[in-house]
Design a protein around this ligand. Structure first.
Ligand SMILES: C[S@@+](CC[C@H](N)C(=O)[O-])C[C@H]1O[C@@H](n2cnc3c(N)ncnc32)[C@H](O)[C@@H]1O
Length: 439
């Protein structure tokens, strides 16, 4: 190890930045984001360093850097000089900054480019809301340490908080749900009970492992058990944690195929036993995937369940073979049908998903009514879908125009999509991308 990695608390302390180059400005901004009192000067004099705990130098010339370095060292202040490792007392690592969670990468000055590439990989691997998880742990730290006296129980509690159901809820944006889970687990830990686990109904995409979502890939690394369809290829199952139990529920069990209700019962049994279960399905779990029934079964059992979308076969294949499904020169709609339904006419049993329709909701309504869709058909307007500010309004087709007006009068200039069909009745009216229920 060439340098000792330390995290230095500079909050409220004086840090000097010498130079007005872009590199100096970047350093000033970084140090400022850690709460330091930054003094930035174009050229340095001894008095500038009085009381400083560190100095960053990037004047743009070698002569200027060396002069500033001499003054800072004479004042006894540790120095970093940009791109001049021989003059550095400490180096500035490549940083992944997610509030409380900070990862620093160094190659000992050998290759800043390698450090940047590694930082990019770590950025991609870290869930977007990892800092919210750290904040959750901070909230319960004192309480948990006071309530759980045995060190082994305490370790198990913390491990479960950062890897278990509460963590999955936080990472999916449901902070309130996560807090409820932690409170339940604190109670259980105090009484010595085992807490239930969580099920994730996950889309595996069309088959190329690189088309897994980041969340799916993370969950494959966390699951205790993966219940998968036979359409999920070995290359994707190879991404699972080495000691995860793989259960092929699409395959024949003896001579009998797993029935849907047996799969649901197996998920419930494992979640009740405290496992993190991934139910891995080809494509997207809600597109011809029976994911809705599994979600319902877990909710009815009062257990935690979350859905992770995947790239449905139609979209994966369209990209793979170069068919732009709604190329505006040729098509303005696309329909996903199951083979059984392909020969059926009419609109009953169809789901229409309308892109770019919210600003012309009255005309969307009229065209669907003209096409024979019943006025009582449920509709859902979903704005900013999957984002923290997701918002859902539900009603019936006859009401669509009024619904769109009232939806937009409450804020919403974000992107929205209209879902029309009996399934729109199932939309949860919350801002959470996660459907979860705590027993
Ligand atoms: C029960 S459906 C599951 C669909 C899946 N939930 C989805 O969103 O793609 C199974 C059908 O999806 C289609 N399918 C799934 N993966 C495919 C792939 N990689 N290539 C072609 N078709 C695929 C086939 O028509 C297959 O019979």
């Amino acid at each position: 190890m060439k340098h000792l990695p330390l995290f230095f608390d500079v909050a409220g302390r004086k840090v000097v930045v010498v130079g007005d180059s872009p590199a100096a400005d970047r350093r000033a901004a970084t140090v400022l984001s850690a709460g330091a009192a930054v003094t930035q000067v174009a050229t340095a004099e001894a008095a500038d360093f009085a009381g400083a705990v560190a100095a960053f130098i990037s004047t743009g010339t070698e002569e200027g850097d060396r002069a500033a370095h001499r003054v800072a060292r004479a004042a006894g202040v540790p120095v970093n000089v940009a791109d001049r490792p021989a003059l550095c007392d400490f180096i500035l690592p490549a940083i992944v900054d997610r509030d409380d969670v900070v990862v620093a990468v160094s190659t000992g000055g050998a290759s800043p480019t390698l450090a940047t590439v590694l930082r990019g990989k770590i950025e991609a691997a870290l869930p977007e809301r990892i800092s919210a998880l750290a904040a959750l742990a901070r909230t319960f730290r004192a309480q948990a340490n006071a309530l759980i006296s045995r060190p082994a129980d305490r370790r198990a509690f913390w491990r479960r908080l950062v890897e278990g159901p509460a963590a999955r809820l936080v990472l999916a944006g449901d902070i309130a749900g996560a807090r409820r889970v932690v409170l339940g687990e604190l109670d259980g830990a105090r009484r010595g009970d085992g807490a239930p686990g969580i099920a994730h109904i996950v889309g595996a995409g069309p088959g190329d492992p690189d088309l897994l979502t980041l969340r799916a890939a993370q969950l494959l690394q966390e699951a205790d058990a993966i219940l998968h369809d036979d359409l999920v290829p070995p290359a994707i199952l190879a991404r699972a944690r080495r000691d995860a139990e793989l259960v092929a529920v699409g395959k024949r069990k003896g001579h009998v195929r797993w029935a849907q209700r047996d799969i649901e019962a197996e998920m419930i049994r494992r979640v009740r036993a405290g496992q993190t279960v991934v139910r891995l399905k080809a494509g997207d779990p809600f597109v011809f995937g029976r994911g809705g029934e599994e979600l319902q079964a877990l909710c009815d059992a009062g257990l935690l369940v979350a859905v992770v979308p995947g790239i449905t076969a139609a979209l994966g294949i369209a990209a793979s073979v170069g068919i732009p499904l709604t190329d505006r020169r040729h098509a303005s709609s696309v329909t996903f049908l199951s083979g059984h339904a392909a020969a059926e006419g009419g609109t009953a049993g169809r789901t229409h998903v309308v892109y770019m329709g919210a600003s012309e909701a009255a005309s969307v309504r009229d065209r669907l009514l003209d096409a024979g869709v019943a006025a009582t058909t449920p509709v859902a307007i979903v704005e900013n879908g999957t984002r923290p500010d997701e918002r859902v309004s539900t009603g019936s087709l006859a009401d669509l125009a009024r619904l769109a007006t009232s939806h937009h009068s409450l804020g919403g200039a974000g992107p929205s999509l209209i879902i029309v069909g009996e399934v729109a009745r199932l939309a949860t009216p919350t801002a959470q991308p996660l459907l979860a229920k705590v027993s």
